[in-house]
Ligand binder design. Structure first.
Ligand code: WTA
Length: 666
């Protein structure tokens, strides 16, 4: 398949923004040769309260020459919320739908126009102000995929506050760590949420997190809670909740029994706060390089990194990548399935689409509820034109064959996007042929929390380079470390509160370059294929994790003396976790212990990090100096006997024992 070329069907896109490869090349060339002019032109479509003063872009990308610094449009002032909402409303788009909201339950849906969104955002910005939130303060968001989540994010930007969204699948410990690191003043959440058939009691998790954060020295001042469950409970009753609410449905019983924990001094209901809030809120003009948001991503030391994005550059980049990569035209309906808790949700559910005045679908549910054709049903319902999802979702839906797809009319689709991990050819072909009927273009978008937006094909302004282990540039076909030579507007500026870690993580390995941590292969035509992480990161269902954080969670168990975690390929998740555990002397490795360990990872990090396999290891393969040789463990986990050079191991005999005890894999 790698040798086959699939061209976009000409009937699909009579008027794309970029009409040919030639035109792309011309634009790309200009973005590289005259980046300031290129982005300055793009900046003209937005509102700047004051223009930029010095240079349009200034930076130092070389640690050997001084601190890393990246600045776009320094001196300019603006407000992102103003650009996303007020500007569009003023341009006559007030009645245009910003979001179609589709709940977990198909009966539960609504819509929000640009004008109504603006009113809600202003009201909530006033609520935040009443809670003492000022410019620069951090506001944590632990929410389901509901309209209020977008409202909170934009309300923050309206007053210059910095949002820190935490994916509502993270455990209370993970949330606590993020509250503490960001010193978030306010936390916004909902009482709970249904995800498929499962109930998540979010407020309970928040309470545990706030308590933990307080114990470690940071107290969240206010917690604002959206009442979300009663609405869902009400809609359940439509299909006869009385009948179902018996022993067959413990989850539903749990929902009816759920008493939302409450602290009168700290907690407030969303509706009570919004009731009297004024719907007018003048935007706070902020500097181009003032912080916009923080988003935590896994770090190889185990402690998550608060990736910081700033205002002007991120706006330009989110808007421009969205427009060109998805070829979004006015009137189109766009749907990105990512949760707002990840960067994809930030840039391509919220900022990119709204900056283009787009109409999007915001989906709360899961692809398998109430049936395996839910995604396709939603595409049909809203006549979606651009659909953006992850290979892991495609693979999990492919399993059910073409029948659930064929039940729905997907003829509205024009562009299909893929993100989060390398897409395998089987999944690509199914996406192309079955979902896209062999007509839609597929955009494979490589990027990271740190990059702020898409960086491949390469996108405008992006200069990818391949380096070998010694930092020597690989010209022409070959494989190596994927690095970037200069900043584009949307790249992160620092790690919150730790600029040194920022420099060490991304700029020390190869001075003069931003190191992505990924590897890539350049083919004969110059196309770059991402090969995956080259560091201690794992990619489970498109979620990045570090071996260190999973090992940390397991090592805390009293029965464990040593642990090593590696990734192995998984047919649906892309990669999954395989953990090797050495127990303390006299402690037996039992299925019960294995369950306990798995639970520990769920509690410390979140359910999505739960290991696929926990294997007992009487000892671990180590070098003579005592370093665990993960390379060998990775091979064992894959049952691959091509171990390479093992002469440096202190004791080779453990290898056979580990192979012999390898649990049966699916
Ligand atoms: C991986 C998600 C191959 C990569 C936007 C990267 C991909 C990490 C792709 C970032 C892709 C993301 N092809 N690999 N199209 N997209 N990745 O920060 O390893 O959650 O470094 O951002 O996901 O994950 P993050």
């Amino acid at each position: 398949m790698a040798n086959e070329v699939y061209h976009p069907d000409p009937s699909m896109k009579p008027t794309p923004y970029i009409k040919s490869m030639k035109e792309y090349e011309k634009m790309y060339k200009r973005s590289i040769e005259s980046p300031e002019e290129f982005w300055e032109d793009i900046a003209k479509q937005f509102y700047w309260e004051t223009p930029f003063t010095n240079k349009f872009c200034s930076y130092n990308f070389d640690v050997t020459k001084g601190p890393i610094s990246i600045k776009w449009m320094e001196g300019a002032t603006t407000n992102i919320c103003y650009n996303l909402l007020d500007k569009n409303v003023r341009n006559g788009m007030g009645e245009k739908i910003a979001f179609y909201w589709e709940g977990n339950d198909p009966e539960d849906y609504s819509r929000l126009t640009y004008k109504k969104l603006l009113i809600q955002v202003c009201k909530f910005a006033n609520v935040l102000k009443s809670k003492g939130v000022n410019k620069g303060d951090r506001v944590a968001i632990y929410m389901p995929m509901i309209l209020e989540t977008v409202i909170v994010m934009l309300a923050c930007t309206r007053i210059g506050a910095v949002h820190s969204v935490v994916f509502a699948g993270f455990s209370s410990d993970s949330l606590a760590e993020r509250l503490l690191d960001a010193k978030s003043k306010v936390l916004v959440t909902s009482d709970g949420v249904w995800r498929g058939e499962k109930l998540l009691c979010l407020k309970e998790i928040c309470d545990a997190a706030m308590e933990r954060s307080k114990k470690f020295g940071h107290e969240v001042e206010s917690c604002i809670v959206v009442k979300h469950l009663p609405r869902l409970n009400a809609s359940q009753s439509r299909d006869g909740e009385g009948k179902e609410n018996d022993e067959k449905s413990p989850e539903k019983r749990k929902a009816f029994d759920y008493q939302v924990p409450w602290d009168e001094d700290r907690d407030a209901w969303w509706d009570d706060e919004m009731e009297d809030a004024s719907s007018s809120c003048y935007p706070v003009w902020v500097g181009a390089e003032d912080p916009l948001f923080l988003l935590y991503t896994s770090g190889s030391t185990g402690k998550p990194k608060g990736v910081l994005h700033t205002t002007a550059g991120y706006l330009l980049y989110a808007a421009t990548t969205f427009k060109y990569v998805f070829d979004y035209h006015p009137g189109d309906v766009y749907w990105c399935t990512a949760d707002v808790g990840w960067i994809t949700g930030h840039t391509y559910v919220v900022y990119g689409p709204l900056a283009n005045g787009a109409t999007s679908v915001l989906f709360e549910g899961v692809p398998f509820h109430p049936h395996n054709g839910r995604y396709w049903e939603v595409i049909q319902k809203f006549k979606v034109n651009q659909f953006y999802t992850a290979p892991t979702a495609i693979r999990s839906l492919m399993k059910f064959g073409d029948v659930p797809v064929k039940k729905f009319d997907l003829s509205s689709l024009k562009v299909l996007g893929s993100v989060g991990e390398p897409i395998n050819s089987e999944a690509w072909l199914w996406y192309y042929n079955v979902i896209g009927s062999g007509k839609c273009s597929i955009v494979d978008t490589f990027w990271q929390t740190e990059t702020g937006g898409h960086v491949t094909f390469p996108f405008f302004g992006v200069l990818p380079v391949l380096l070998d282990e010694n930092g020597k540039e690989i010209q022409g076909p070959g494989e190596g470390y994927l690095v970037f030579r200069r900043p584009w507007p949307g790249i992160m500026r620092t790690i919150f509160g730790n600029h040194e870690r920022f420099e060490t993580t991304y700029f020390k390995k190869f001075p003069g370059f931003y190191t992505s941590g990924d590897g890539a292969r350049r083919d004969e035509e110059g196309y770059l294929w991402i090969t995956g992480r080259m560091d201690d990161m794992l990619n489970v269902s498109g979620h990045l994790l570090s071996t260190a954080e999973v090992e940390g969670a397991l090592a805390e168990h009293g029965a464990v003396v040593e642990v090593a975690v590696v990734a192995r390929p998984h047919p649906v998740k892309g990669e999954c976790l395989h953990c090797f555990i050495t127990t303390k002397d006299g402690v037996k490795f039992t299925p019960k212990l294995s369950d306990e360990l798995r639970r520990r990872v769920r509690e410390k990090i979140g359910p999505f990090a739960a290991p696929e396999c926990i294997q007992y290891a009487p000892s671990l393969p180590k070098t003579r100096s005592g370093k665990i040789v993960r390379r060998v463990l990775k091979k064992i986990a894959q049952n691959d006997r091509n171990l390479g050079d093992i002469s440096t191991l202190a004791d080779e005999s453990i290898i056979e024992i580990l192979f012999a005890n390898l649990p049966v894999q699916d």
